[in-house]
Design a protein around this ligand. Structure first.
Ligand SMILES: NC(=O)c1ccc[n+]([C@@H]2O[C@H](COP(=O)([O-])OP(=O)(O)OC[C@H]3O[C@@H](n4cnc5c(N)ncnc54)[C@H](O)[C@@H]3O)[C@@H](O)[C@H]2O)c1
Length: 332
C-alpha cells in the first residue's frame, strides 16, 4: 500500500474533467497537490473550491522545459494532460492530435527520466483498442491491430505513450502504472461545441430546445459510461495499491445504448422532443465496455458511486451553469 498523505503529488491536466476531481480526492488524503495545466480545455473554475489549497504551475507541456519546471519536487505524478475531443473533432485531425500528444509525452518522459519520482500513473485510453476486438475488452496488447479508427491519431499517440512510459520505467527504474479509462463524463466538462463528447453533446442539444434531437449513428451503439469523480477515485486507488507494471482498464462491463441514453437524458431534463438518428455521422465502434477483472484484482471491490441517472442530473445542472455564449441552440 502506497500512502499519498503528506506526499507532494503532481497532477498534469488537473484543471480538466477527471483531473479536477482527482485533485479534490488527493486533498482529502492530505496530499500536497501541484496542478500542472495550460487551461486549453481545463478551467480555473474547476479548481475554484480548492484554489487556496493547491499549488498551480501553469504551463503548456508541449513547450520545452515546462515539464521539468512543473514536476520539480513531485514524489508522485498522475499524468492526465492530453488533447482529447469527441469523434467529430478527432476524426478530422488525426495528425494534429497525434503530434500534440506525442510532444507532451516526450517532454514528460524526459523530465521524469532526469528526476525520477516515487511513482507515476499515466492515463491512456480504451481508444488504443482495435475496433473489431471483443465487445467487452480485457487489457489487450497495445499493438493489437489498428487503434480505434475514428480516433486513430489519438489512439496511436496513446499507444506510443504507453510504450514510452514503459521504457521510462525500465530505464530509469520508475514504477509506472497505465490506466485505460473507457467513456468518462461529468459536469466539469469544457463545452467544445460540435466537437464535444456524446453525453454533454446530447444534454446540450436537448436542453437547448433542439427538436428533433439529431443523434449521431444508429442509436444502437452501446457504451459503458463512468462519472469522472468515480474515475478519479479509481486512479488514486491504483496508485495506493502500487499497481506498478500494470495496464488496467478503468471501466465496467455494463452498457447502455445511445437510444436509451437519450431517453434517460429526456427523463433527467423533463424535455419532450423527437429524436432522429443520423447514420451518416460517425458512431465509433458498436459496443464498447471493459472487462474489470484486473481492476478488481488490484484494488478490490469497486462500484461507481454516481450512477448514470444521478450523473445526468449533474449534467443538466452543468448545462444551466454554462455561460450564455456556450448555450446557443445547436442546429447541425
Ligand atoms: N474523458 C474520457 O472519456 C476519457 C477516456 C479515456 C481517456 N481519457 C484521458 O483522461 C485524461 C483526462 O481527460 P479529461 O476527460 O479529463 O479531459 P480534459 O480535456 O477535461 O482534461 C485534460 C486537461 O489537460 C490539460 N492540457 C491539455 N494539453 C495540455 C498541455 N499541452 N499542457 C498542459 N496541460 C494540458 C487541459 O487544459 C485539461 O485541463 C486524458 O489523458 C484523456 O486522454 C479521457
Amino acid at each position: 500500500m502506497l500512502s499519498l498523505g503528506g506526499k507532494t503529488v503532481a497532477v498534469t491536466g488537473g484543471a480538466g474533467l477527471i483531473g479536477s476531481f482527482l485533485v479534490e480526492d488527493l486533498l482529502a488524503l492530505d496530499a500536497r497537490v501541484v496542478v500542472v495545466d495550460d487551461f486549453s480545455t481545463g478551467s480555473p473554475a474547476h479548481l475554484a473550491a480548492v484554489s487556496g489549497r493547491i499549488e498551480l504551475r501553469e504551463g503548456d507541456l508541449e513547450a520545452p522545459g515546462v515539464a521539468a519546471r512543473c514536476l520539480d519536487g513531485a514524489q508522485i505524478v498522475f499524468h492526465l494532460a492530453s488533447r482529447a475531443f469527441g469523434v467529430g473533432y478527432g476524426a478530422k485531425r488525426h495528425l494534429e492530435i497525434c503530434l500534440h500528444n506525442e510532444r507532451v509525452t516526450n517532454n514528460m518522459v524526459e523530465a521524469l527520466a532526469a528526476r525520477p519520482p516515487e511513482f507515476v500513473l499515466t492515463v491512456s485510453s480504451s481508444c488504443v483498442h482495435r475496433d473489431d476486438g471483443p465487445d467487452t475488452f480485457p487489457e489487450l496488447p497495445v499493438y493489437d491491430g489498428e487503434p480505434e479508427r475514428v480516433n486513430s491519431g489519438y489512439g496511436w499517440a496513446k499507444r506510443f505513450m504507453e510504450t514510452k512510459f514503459t521504457m521510462l520505467s525500465q530505464v530509469a527504474g520508475v514504477p509506472v502504472a497505465i490506466a485505460r479509462p473507457v467513456n468518462i463524463y461529468g459536469e466539469r466538462y469544457r463545452w467544445r461545441g460540435t466537437n464535444s463528447q456524446a453525453i454533454p453533446m446530447l444534454v446540450h442539444k436537448v436542453m437547448s430546445g433542439m427538436d428533433p434531437v439529431v443523434i449521431w449513428g444508429s442509436g444502437r451503439q452501446r457504451r459503458n459510461y463512468m462519472h469522472a469523480k468515480d474515475c478519479a477515485t479509481i486512479l488514486r486507488r491504483l496508485v495506493e495499491a502500487n499497481a506498478a507494471g500494470q495496464t488496467v482498464n478503468v471501466g465496467f462491463e455494463d452498457t447502455i445504448s445511445m437510444a436509451d441514453l437519450v431517453t434517460a437524458i429526456l427523463a433527467a431534463t423533463g424535455a419532450n422532443v423527437r429524436t432522429v438518428f443520423d447514420t451518416t455521422r460517425p458512431e465509433g465502434r458498436f459496443v464498447k465496455s471493459a472487462n474489470s477483472t484486473r481492476l478488481r484484482s488490484i484494488i478490490g471491490e469497486v462500484a461507481p458511486k454516481i450512477g448514470l441517472r444521478d450523473g445526468l442530473v449533474r449534467m443538466t445542472d452543468w448545462f444551466r451553469g454554462l455561460p450564455e455564449e456556450d448555450r446557443r441552440p445547436l442546429h447541425g
